[in-house]
Write a protein that binds this ligand. Structure first.
Ligand SMILES: Cc1cc2nc3c(=O)[nH]c(=O)nc-3n(C[C@H](O)[C@H](O)[C@H](O)COP(=O)(O)O)c2cc1C
Length: 192
């Protein structure tokens, strides 16, 4: 299953990130018998790791909230390809993506601690992170906290294959960049 996580309030009609991601998913699925499952995190808000979820005080509230979070975890565990599309927001990614990450990084499910240290349990997946940003951070990757954090988290869960498509510089020339990065996405989808 290909899981496509979209974290953006901007709609597909206007979003550079989503247009690039949509092109990738469409090309990847061409001629393959693969189920693709898209989740818009803005429309399908996941419960935060709040007091209910954290301490499981109120059984009823906790169960409803946990159900949603567990579904996100289940979807992630079942996927063998995960495409995450998120624009840069304040040098990170939209907060809904962090909530999704908090739902899937779960002890004994996607990672475990052993006597030798942490061990990732989700190593069977290929992950693609697609990000567009107003500025271009090629010369200043240390400012792209979203990309750095996403990679750290995926590696922590044992994922070795993390590909990226970075459309940096939409503030200058969005249309040209969209064209260039869509072509890159289609090319990547053919060999992914
Ligand atoms: C709330 C918000 C915060 C943003 N923060 C940054 C930022 O820190 N750095 C940057 O280069 N661009 C920033 N941008 C610009 C977007 O990353 C850029 O317009 C991107 O192409 C949007 O992607 P989209 O078309 O998929 O929505 C921000 C935009 C918004 C709406």
């Amino acid at each position: 299953m290909l899981l496509y996580i979209n974290a953006n309030s901007n709609t597909d009609e206007f979003s550079t990130t989503s247009k690039i991601a949509n092109a990738f998913v469409k090309e990847y699925a061409k001629g393959k018998e693969i189920e693709t499952y898209r989740i818009n995190l803005i429309d399908y808000l996941l419960p935060e790791l709040d007091r209910d979820v954290y301490s499981e005080n109120d059984k009823e509230i906790t169960e409803t909230k946990l159900k949603r979070r567990n579904k996100a975890l289940q979807d992630f565990m079942e996927a063998n390809i995960v495409v995450v599309a998120a624009p840069m927001w304040n040098f990170l990614y939209p907060a809904v993506l962090k909530t999704w990450i908090d739902s899937i990084v779960i002890s004994k499910k996607t990672f475990e601690y052993t006597s030798k240290g942490p061990n990732g349990l989700a190593g069977d997946k290929k992950v693609l992170f697609i990000q567009s940003s107003g500025g271009n951070y090629e010369k200043h990757p240390e400012m792209n906290h979203g990309l750095a954090h996403f990679k750290t988290i995926m590696k922590f869960m044992g994922i070795k294959e993390i590909s990226t498509i970075l459309a940096g510089g939409t503030a200058k020339n969005r249309e040209a960049l969209l064209e260039e990065k869509t072509a890159e996405a289609i090319e990547l989808a053919r060999t992914f």
